[in-house]
Design a protein around this ligand. Structure first.
Ligand code: HEC
Length: 235
């Protein structure tokens, strides 16, 4: 038994010698720290990647900026969780590598509307064109607000280039040539959407913000699908 009158060896040899005790504590904590820190510098892996995931096109990137600025994330998540109820409704659960070029990612935390992770190519362009102008026209009883101003306001090449430059600093592999060619790429992609809308009888110019938003929505969750399906088939 040890007490203050009859101290233990630990008290006598260590706790009563504060300088020595401090040195030993420092050594102990340093070993613990090194064991955790050193391996981090030795592993090769960075963030998880997924084959087939590419950076957004300039038009999609601008569409993404519109998604953020309109606050769509207040009602929509972009994250299919690995539960059966989710995968039956939305499709394959989300892999970390799918978000590689999403800065900041749009996981969201509220689902007043459905998850949008797998909405890409789910509907034709013309459905989105109608839905964004008047959600109740395509989805009776919808409580999603209409976005009429997206049909009047236009996107700009300069905004796309500024976003691309910002993404470059965050490690998204856009080359300077990609940034220079943004205007041409946006023109081409927006005219493809105009053509598909025209087939459904909707008349767009191509420079409306909603066209960029449609480009973005149609891309969501489509990259890396082959790799995901191969993973799931192998299980
Ligand atoms: C107040 C909440 C709310 C906001 C804000 C909102 N939505 Fe929705 N959204 C909904 C609801 C509810 C639905 C389901 C009914 C429907 O289809 O309209 C929906 C459906 C959708 C769908 C169809 C999803 C599917 O799989 O059928 C898309 C695409 C969509 N929203 C995009 C957007 C975009 C883009 C924005 C921002 C510009 C936005 N939403 C803002 C509530 C919202």
């Amino acid at each position: 038994m040890s007490n203050d009158a009859n101290p233990s060896w630990h008290r006598k040899a260590l706790e009563h010698r504060s300088a020595l005790f401090a040195v030993l504590v420092t050594v102990g904590i340093s070993i613990g720290g090194l064991v955790e820190i050193v391996p981090m510098y030795n592993i090769e892996t960075g963030p998880e990647t997924l084959e087939g995931v590419e950076p957004y096109t300039p038009l999609e990137l601008v569409g993404r900026d519109i998604y953020v600025s309109e606050g769509c994330y207040n009602c929509h998540s972009q994250w299919v969780r690995p539960f059966r109820s989710e995968t039956l409704r939305y499709g394959p659960w989300s892999r970390a590598g799918e978000y590689a070029y999403d800065h900041p990612f749009q996981l969201g935390s509220r689902r007043i509307g459905p998850d949008l992770m797998r909405v890409g190519k789910k509907y034709p362009d013309a459905w989105h064109w109608e839905h964004m102008r008047d959600p109740r026209s395509t989805s009776p009883g919808s409580i999603m607000p209409p976005y009429p101003w997206l049909y009047e306001k236009t996107w700009s090449v300069e905004d796309a280039q500024a976003s691309m430059r910002a993404m470059q600093t965050l490690g998204v592999p856009y080359s300077d040539a990609d940034i220079e060619g943004a205007g041409e790429s946006m023109q081409r992609q927006s005219q493809e959407i105009v053509a598909s809308l025209a087939k459904a009888g909707a008349k767009a110019q191509g420079d409306e913000q909603v066209v960029a938003l449609i480009a973005y929505l149609q891309r969501l969750g489509t990259d890396g699908r082959a790799a995901i399906e191969a993973q799931e088939a192998a299980q």
